[in-house]
Design a binder for this molecule. Sequence first.
Ligand code: 5GP
Ligand code: MN
Length: 338
Amino acid sequence: MNSADIKTVKSILSQPQKIAIIPHRNPDGDAMGSCLALYGFLKAKGHTVKVVAPNDYPKFLKWMPWNNTVINFERENPKAKATINEATLIFTLDFNDLSRVGQMESALQEATADFIMIDHHQQPGDYAKVTYSDVTMSSTCEMVYNFIDFLEETSLIDADIATNLYTGILTDTGSFKYRSTSSKTHRVVAELIDKGANNMEIHQNVFDTNSPSRLHLLGVALSNMVILPEYKTAYITLSQDELDQYDFKKGDTEGFVNYGLTLEGIIFALIFIENREEGIIKISLRSVGDFSVNEFAREHFSGGGHTNAAGGRSEVSMDETISKFNEILKTYKSKLNP
Ligand code: 5GP
Ligand code: MN
């Protein structure tokens, strides 16, 4: 954020505001962590604050401080709309384009409040009065820490704010292993532990609360994996029937896509998950190195994200999606074998 933006934000926040904070649809640890941390910070500064999520989020995040205050736009529509309408300031966190909130997009477009965007995805839109966008950042949570630091108010970070920020950095960096994890990320994390984030407990809450059926579903996913060494690619499919058989709950497939990348020599991994209710195949894409899954998802599967982690969708059947993918892959042989 440049000094003019910092001045603007300081001046806006010097008056009590009615603030709505918005994560992207299907919020992940970074989206919820950044929103809930900012919630705690702005509350501590005396503002009226609500987090409005476009839809539900996984159970493995439902222990996070203040998560029980979140308004779900899908489930509590009138309350969510009123919060957005009445807001004098709206923060959008962890997404780059208003279309990433799904059904909530029109409510945001009709809102009269100024927007502040904090985000690390590529190709940021320009709907906000203040845009703090940095694609080199590990996570939006690291950026929220910086944001509070720009305002010279890190003394307001308590254990609950620190816990939320730590959680988002943890999940978005793949437990501090992705390329975007910098020495600065580790310094911020160290600071958060000093401020009361219990790192061991957070790891356990996020990763060690599996249900037996989720692990069985992982078994199915791994046995469905197709490995294409000539393309350095591995992909997994999960049909709706398989999800149903193992009592699928939101968040159960989180992280499955990464198993492809644990294979020696594989640099491109995908998972295709059927969602019969939405009539789509949801795709998660991951890579290591310079192969851009953001570009791949944008170009072929109406999606996007980051260089090494992106999402997309397909509106034809699983079989047709896989055939299409295999055809497309042929044109990427040289990019995958640089
Ligand atoms: P995931 O595969 O975990 O759902 O998402 C990986 C990354 O890509 C996340 O940063 C997420 O925000 C982004 N992403 C996921 N789905 C989409 C999509 O449909 N469009 C865009 N632009 N980004 C996505
Ligand atoms: Mn993120």
